[in-house]
Design a protein around this ligand. Sequence first.
Ligand SMILES: NC(=O)c1ccc[n+]([C@@H]2O[C@H](COP(=O)([O-])OP(=O)(O)OC[C@H]3O[C@@H](n4cnc5c(N)ncnc54)[C@H](OP(=O)(O)O)[C@@H]3O)[C@@H](O)[C@H]2O)c1
Length: 264
Amino acid sequence: MKATLITGASGGIGEAIAVRLAERKHDLLLVARNAEKLEKLCTRLSEQFGIETQFIAGDLSKASTAADIFAQTQHRGLEIEMLINNAGIGSGGEFTEIPLQSELDMLQLNVSSLVALTHLFLPQMQQRKSGTILNVGSMASFLPVPYMATYAASKAFIRFFTQAITEECKPYNIHVLLLSPGLTKTKFNFSAGIENEKGKALNTDSVSAQTAEQVADEALKALDQRKHVVVSGTINRIGAKLLTLIPNVFLARMFARSYRKKLN
Ligand SMILES: NC(=O)c1ccc[n+]([C@@H]2O[C@H](COP(=O)([O-])OP(=O)(O)OC[C@H]3O[C@@H](n4cnc5c(N)ncnc54)[C@H](OP(=O)(O)O)[C@@H]3O)[C@@H](O)[C@H]2O)c1
């Protein structure tokens, strides 16, 4: 069976993309930790849209999970024609106050597992001379973000990695898209533990916040147009352009000052 693999599909942006692809009759393989949510979503989407759905419950903050997922797809006879690396979490606060292990787990999830899944599934796409990879970055990838240092750096990695891989994939007719959402109304801030007093000081652009469905629609439109980069939301697009014009040292200083001022 040919399928689209979506990580982080049990909620938020990943779930919204799953719904949109189901509407387009894509058969889906959904991945996240929460098996119950994945099972419910699989049942709903297959009943509503008459598609094949499967799920794998796995924790991508563990180094072995990407290889386990790949092995499962081979065992189940799944041909992954589209890989959507969406699963990711954030962290916020003063760097030394965040437990080291949670920062390292986030890097495994946001960065290493994304690289591993891409490395595992790309060779088969190269052989078939077709395929699509969508990596979810962030507006945070456009600047160093004090008090969200590791998360923003993980997304900067995704931005550069994806843009480099885009070029390597062109001779194989594999389409690669980098999606950079801005603030989106999902459980992200809650999961990142930044919905507390200190975390609220990190939220700078709540006016431009999008829904997960709006982000999913922009992602699919960009895929249809075979774009390689999309920043979702008009305000975010303008913001991203402006950010590239300002030196990073200056941006980081401004951001740190504003955060400290908000916290007094
Ligand atoms: N929301 C925003 O403001 C925003 C802005 C820019 C970029 N993004 C990016 O968008 C992507 C999706 O975030 P979201 O806003 O949709 O957040 P979300 O609502 O918290 O969803 C995150 C998804 O990732 C899964 N996940 C979390 N930890 C996991 C792990 N260890 N292993 C496997 N799956 C895991 C979650 O499912 P389980 O809990 O079931 O594992 C869930 O399905 C992330 O890469 C994020 O960095 C979000």
